[in-house]
Design a binder for this molecule. Structure first.
Ligand SMILES: *Cc1c(COP(=O)(O)O)cnc(C)c1O
Length: 377
């Protein structure tokens, strides 16, 4: 419900920009020699690309990463200075935007260098790019063995020059950095083996690399999820570390719209997938899968009311959900519901919800943040 009368929606996502800034400073302190490149793709993992971008710029951040060109243009038009990396490269119909808006493409083929060069010649300008190398992720990037040849061929394209080389870890969220160690070694050997005129900035570390494998920090680090307060794994062993460091930036709030007594043996919601075994008090919430509360949470998740967990009963509907408040006295219409965040001494994290949903915090944050009205603190 973020389109119409959004100011009257029952549901709202609160984004704490102070927490974001604190996370930024904590992460910078983990890799003091490296430049920070804040990943704010996917509308800042659901927290708002533009708001987060400006908050981070106030902390001194001058490198930003987005997915597509259109995101980068919006970010630049909002007044962000500094380098904006477009991680997915290339939208050939709008090559000139890279030059007009001073954006930095990540490229992974010669064809892109050629198109950039043609555009540079037309406009009489020059542009720098970052080149992506695939060191074991099997996602975007040229293979290490192709790097030498790439630079040889790229020399013919006037106006374009390489500013940096990057790769990406496939398994940096694991406690054992064995696989990351191999990727990093391959990356460093590969770059060392080529001779180029330019001074290249090297980067490979995402949040996992930055937090669990400090040797991988190199010239630039690219944290995403950790900026928003989450560790890339959900290991409980990390929790104590989190106390002094990262803190969640987003919380998600709703409210009770009706409370009703339900008799024993009564089915709840579509399909009656939950049947009460004794008389129950049920609170009805005006939130559902339209608002990012995935239908997978049917009969699985819980929310917080009066500081206590109220389990979800029956199927989650498009914009209604029923929860059990039999054990929570005095619940009434209008009471605050916390779907994610803290209430009294209880809290529910994106990791908790991700576990119930069989997904990761990243997806939970995108779903909640990008489907609801956001308020900024
Ligand atoms: C999304 C992304 C990151 C950030 O990853 P996190 O796990 O969120 O820290 C870094 N680098 C690239 C290329 C990415 O796509």
């Amino acid at each position: 419900m973020n389109h119409i009368n959004s100011c009257t929606s029952f549901n709202r996502v609160i984004v704490n920009l102070e927490a974001l800034k604190q996370n930024y400073r904590f992460l910078q302190a983990q890799a003091p020699q490296a430049e920070m490149l804040a990943m704010i793709k996917a509308d800042g993992y659901g927290h708002g690309m533009i708001e987060c971008g400006h908050a981070l710029a106030e902390c001194g951040c001058s490198n930003f990463g987005v997915g597509e060109l259109c995101e980068a243009v919006a970010l630049r038009e909002s007044g962000i200075k500094g380098q904006i990396l477009v991680m997915l490269g290339f939208n050939e119909r709008h090559v000139n935007h890279f030059i007009e808006y001073d954006l930095t493409p990540v490229i992974y083929d010669l064809q892109s260098a050629k198109m950039l060069s043609e555009c540079c010649l037309q406009l009489d300008r020059a542009i720098g790019y970052h080149l992506k190398v695939d060191c074991g992720m099997s996602r975007l990037g040229i293979y290490p063995g192709q790097l030498e040849d790439f630079f040889q061929q790229a020399k013919q394209f006037k106006g374009v020059f390489c500013k940096g080389v990057l790769s990406h870890f496939a398994r940096s969220d694991e406690q054992d950095p064995g696989h990351s160690r191999n990727s990093l070694a391959l990356f460093e050997e590969t770059v060392a083996s080529v001779t180029v005129d330019e001074k290249l900035k090297l980067h490979i570390a995402n949040s996992g690399g930055l937090l669990y494998y400090p040797e991988s920090s190199l010239d630039i680090v690219r944290p995403g999820i950790s900026l928003y307060g989450y560790y890339p794994d959900t290991f409980k062993a990390r929790d104590d570390r989190a106390e002094g460091g990262l803190q969640p930036v987003m919380s998600f709030h709703s409210q009770v719209v009706q409370v009703k007594e339900v008799a024993a043996g009564q089915g709840i919601s579509y399909g009656h997938t939950y049947v009460t075994d004794s008389p129950a008090t049920i609170a009805v919430l005006p939130v559902g899968y339209e608002d990012g509360l995935s239908r997978r949470l049917s009969n699985r998740g819980a929310v917080l009311i009066h500081g206590k967990r109220a389990p979800i009963r029956g199927r989650i509907c498009m914009n209604l959900t029923m929860v059990d408040v039999t054990h929570i006295p005095g619940v009434k219409a209008g009471d605050e519901v916390v779907i994610m965040g803290a209430q009294s001494d209880e809290k529910l994290s994106a990791d908790d919800i991700g576990q119930w949903m069989e997904t990761i915090s990243y997806e939970v944050l995108c779903m909640f943040g990008n489907n609801n009205e956001r308020q900024y603190l």
